[in-house]
Design a protein. Structure first.
Lengths: 114, 112
């Protein structure tokens, strides 16, 4: 257990659905991240939040909408996704978003878009 | 733009062998480098973190080295076991940003 939990672990949705992914960290960290892992591609950063404020948005389509209500919780709201958005979505946290701190990852949500 | 490359992409070895996984990165301006393990369909487990000022880190049968000037890191696994079968990911914490930059990984299979 890394101290970072994600729900749901698996999600199947149609292109017209709206769903949300949830991440919670129990480490007292101030920075949280969303990463995407597609088949045969390296993990890539989607969003970075520091103390509930977005500090980086890595050119992600607007059909992905992050929300960080407090420093322990991070959501990724999904709407009108495409089949190519099927991937493993990983949440991570670190003490600070400076890049010098170790990141701890959750188990991921396996998303399938039909 | 930082790029991370891992060689080989896949590796199969018999149980008991010592093995080396390679990672290279294009920009030496990094804070640290992390090695992760990922089991199929699962999240990432951090194995070792090497700060940019360090040369190596050890944990049990694992030893990771870092040569920042040449942009290389190796993960040495001693006396491999079937339970070591997984994908091993290398990632650098780049001074240009706040995120980890990952390689595509090396998928290791250890047969009994």
């Amino acid at each position: 257990e890394t101290g970072v939990t994600q729900t749901p672990r698996h999600l199947v949705m149609g292109m017209t659905n709206k769903k949300s992914l949830k991440c919670e960290q129990h480490l007292g960290h101030n920075a949280m991240y969303w990463y995407k892992q597609s088949a045969k591609k390296p993990l890539e950063l989607m969003f970075v939040y520091s103390l509930e404020e977005r500090v980086e948005n890595n050119s992600v389509p607007s059909r992905f909408s992050p929300e960080c209500p407090n420093s322990s919780h991070l959501f990724l709201h999904l709407h009108t996704l495409q089949p190519e958005d099927s991937a493993l979505y990983l949440c991570a946290s670190s003490v600070r978003p400076t890049g010098n701190d170790e990141q701890f990852f959750g188990p991921g949500t396996r998303l399938t878009v039909l | 733009k930082q790029e991370v490359t891992q060689i080989p992409a896949a590796l199969s070895v018999p149980e008991g062998e010592n093995l080396v996984l390679n990672c290279s990165f294009t920009d030496s301006a990094i804070y640290n480098l992390q090695w992760f393990r990922q089991d199929p369909g699962k999240g990432l487990t951090s194995l070792l973190l090497i700060q940019s000022s360090q040369r190596e880190q050890t944990s049990g049968r694992l030893n990771a080295s870092l040569d920042k000037s040449s942009g290389r890191s190796t993960l040495y696994i001693a006396a491999s076991q079937p339970g070591d079968s997984a994908t091993y990911l290398c990632a650098v914490n780049d001074q240009a940003g706040t995120a980890l930059i990952f390689g595509k990984g090396t998928t290791l299979s250890v047969s009994s």
